[in-house]
Design a protein. Structure first.
Length: 463
C-alpha cells in the first residue's frame, strides 16, 4: 500500500466517520481489492450498540439487493450448462400469467428489470410484515400468494418487455424460483454449493439458523419516523432470498469481487465463462443519465459507462435495517465492498470516493456528491437580517437545503430547490403554488455569505 494511498484513505476514513456521525450509523465495514488481492479491510463503529461490540471486516450484514448479482450469476451458470436460455419465456418454468400477447416476459427481461411492469411493492409489503409492522394485510407468505399478487396486476403493465427500466424485485424472486425448478434444489442450497463454497464464502448465508450461530454478526437497526434507532430481527423468508436475502461479510465479499473482476475466475475455480460474465457487466437497458453520464443495467449489476474514464460496475442493497454496496472497475482490477447495520447509509458515495482514491484522484474534487455536499454544508447555518430582527436557519437534509424559521409569527420549513443540480451557481428558488421565489446565496468567502430572498437580505452568522 503506497503512502499516497494511505494518506488518501486517512481522508476517506475521516469522511466515513463524519458521515456515520451525521447519519447516526452504528456500524460499518469496508474491504478493498486490487489485482486479485485484499488491499484493505476495516470496521467502523459498533455492530451492536447495546453491548458496544465493534464492527469488523468479518461482521455479517444483510446485503439486500447486492444479492441480485448472485442470482444472476446462478442463472448464467444454467445458461452455460444448456439448461435454460435467456430468451425462454419465464412462464415455461413458473406460473407467470401476466404479460402481453405475442411478447412474453423472458428470463432476459427479468434479469434486466425490463418486463414493462413497474414495481408492485413486494419488498415493501414483505419486509414490514416480517417485522410485525404490516398495515396492508395483503397475503404474501407463499409462492401461491406471490403469483396471485403478481398475476392480478395485468392492468399495471406500462410497456412491452425490453423497452424501459422499472426496478422490479418480484422479477428476481421469479428468477430464484426458476433456479429451483430447473435444478430441483432449494435456491439457497444451489447458491451455497455452486457459488459460495467455490469462493470460500463459508459464513455467508440466507438462513436464520446459520446467521444466529455466528458470534460476529450485526444487530440490524430500523429507523423510526422520528429517526430513533430500534434494534430489530433481520427478515428471513423464501420470497426475499433471491432478490435480497444474502448475509455476508466484506471479507468474504472481497472474494466475490475478485471473481467478477477476473471474469468468473477465483484462484483455480471458474464459476462461469468469461463471455457470460461480460454479458452480465454490460448495459442491456438504459437508465436515466447520472452525474457521470450514460448508465444502465446489465444482469444483476448496474453499469456506469464512464466513471472518471472507466466502466464502473456496481450494485447497492438495503433491507431497511442493513445495507451494502459492491463496486468494481474491471479494467483497473479494483473493487470495494461496504456494508452497514442501518438501511440508509450513503454507501455509493463512499465507494466512488475510494475508487477515485485508488485511481490517484482526489475524491473531494472528482466526485460530484462530495463536491455538492461540501457546498451544501458551507451554505448551511444561521442567517439574520439587519440587527437580527429576522433569523432563519438553513439546514442540509439528505442533500437538499431547507429554510427553517421559528418565531412569534409561527414555524415554517421550506425546501430550497436548486436552479442547477450540480450547484455550479448558488441560485435556488422557493415554490409556492405556481409562483417561484428566487433565492440566491452570495458567497464572498466560506465564512461571509449573504442570502437574498425576495425583499430581504440575510447575513450568515458566525457559529
Amino acid at each position: 500500500m503506497s503512502k499516497d494511498f494511505e494518506k488518501m484513505m486517512s481522508r476517506i476514513e475521516n469522511i466515513i466517520t463524519d458521515l456515520m456521525t451525521k447519519t447516526r450509523t452504528p456500524g460499518l465495514s469496508i474491504a478493498i481489492v486490487k489485482d486479485g488481492k485484499l488491499l484493505y479491510a476495516k470496521g467502523f463503529g459498533a455492530r451492536n450498540l447495546e453491548e458496544n461490540l465493534p464492527a469488523t471486516p468479518h461482521t455479517l450484514y444483510g446485503i439486500g439487493s447486492c444479492t441480485k448479482s448472485f442470482t444472476a450469476l446462478a442463472i448464467m451458470q444454467l445458461v452455460q450448462d444448456g439448461k435454460i436460455s435467456l430468451d425462454d419465456p419465464a412462464s415455461k418454468y413458473i406460473p407467470l400469467k401476466i404479460g402481453l400477447k405475442d411478447k412474453p416476459i423472458t428470463i432476459h427481461h427479468l434479469l434486466t428489470h425490463s418486463t414493462g411492469i413497474p414495481s408492485l411493492g413486494t419488498a415493501e409489503l414483505l419486509i414490514p410484515k416480517m417485522l410485525g409492522r404490516d398495515e396492508k394485510w395483503i397475503p404474501l407468505s407463499s409462492y401461491n400468494d406471490f403469483y396471485r399478487l403478481i398475476n392480478g396486476a395485468q392492468n399495471e403493465i406500462v410497456d412491452e418487455p425490453g423497452k424501459r427500466f422499472f426496478y422490479f424485485n418480484a422479477g428476481y424472486t421469479m428468477l430464484g424460483h426458476i433456479i429451483e425448478k430447473v435444478t430441483k434444489m432449494e435456491f439457497e442450497d444451489y447458491i451455497r454449493e455452486k457459488i459460495l463454497k467455490p469462493l470460500e464464502m463459508h459464513r455467508s448465508t440466507f438462513t436464520r439458523e446459520e446467521f444466529e450461530k455466528e458470534p460476529d454478526k450485526m444487530t440490524p437497526y430500523w429507523r423510526d419516523k422520528g429517526g430513533k434507532l430500534i434494534p430489530v430481527k433481520h427478515p428471513f423468508h423464501k420470497l426475499i432470498y433471491a432478490p435480497g436475502g444474502l448475509l455476508s461479510s466484506v471479507i468474504e465479499l472481497s472474494n466475490y469481487l475478485i471473481a467478477n473482476i477476473n471474469k468468473g475466475k477465483f484462484e483455480e475455480v471458474e464459476l462461469v465463462n468469461s463471455e457470460l460474465i461480460e454479458e452480465m457487466q454490460k448495459i442491456h437497458v438504459e437508465r436515466p443519465p447520472g452525474p457521470f453520464g450514460r448508465q444502465g443495467y446489465g444482469y444483476g449489476w448496474g453499469v456506469v459507462e464512464n466513471f472518471l474514464g472507466y466502466k464502473l460496475v456496481a450494485h447497492s442493497g438495503s433491507t431497511g435495517m442493513s445495507s451494502a454496496n459492491l463496486a468494481f472497475i474491471p479494467e483497473l482490477k479494483i473493487g470495494v465492498a461496504i456494508a452497514s447495520n442501518v438501511g440508509d447509509f450513503p454507501h455509493f458515495t463512499v465507494v466512488q470516493g475510494i475508487l477515485a482514491a485508488l485511481m490517484g484522484r482526489d475524491p473531494e474534487k472528482e466526485i460530484p456528491t462530495f463536491k455538492i455536499e461540501k457546498k451544501l454544508n458551507m451554505l448551511s447555518g444561521s442567517y439574520e437580517t439587519y440587527k437580527g430582527i429576522i433569523r432563519i436557519n438553513i439546514v442540509n437534509r439528505g442533500g437538499l437545503l431547507y429554510l427553517e424559521r421559528k418565531d412569534s409569527f409561527g414555524e415554517v420549513t421550506i425546501p430550497l430547490i436548486p436552479e442547477d443540480e450540480k450547484l455550479e451557481t448558488f441560485k435556488f428558488y422557493i415554490l409556492s403554488g405556481a409562483t417561484k421565489t428566487p433565492v440566491e446565496f452570495i458567497v464572498k468567502s466560506p465564512e461571509k455569505i449573504d442570502l437574498y430572498i425576495e425583499r430581504r437580505v440575510f447575513h450568515k452568522v458566525k457559529s
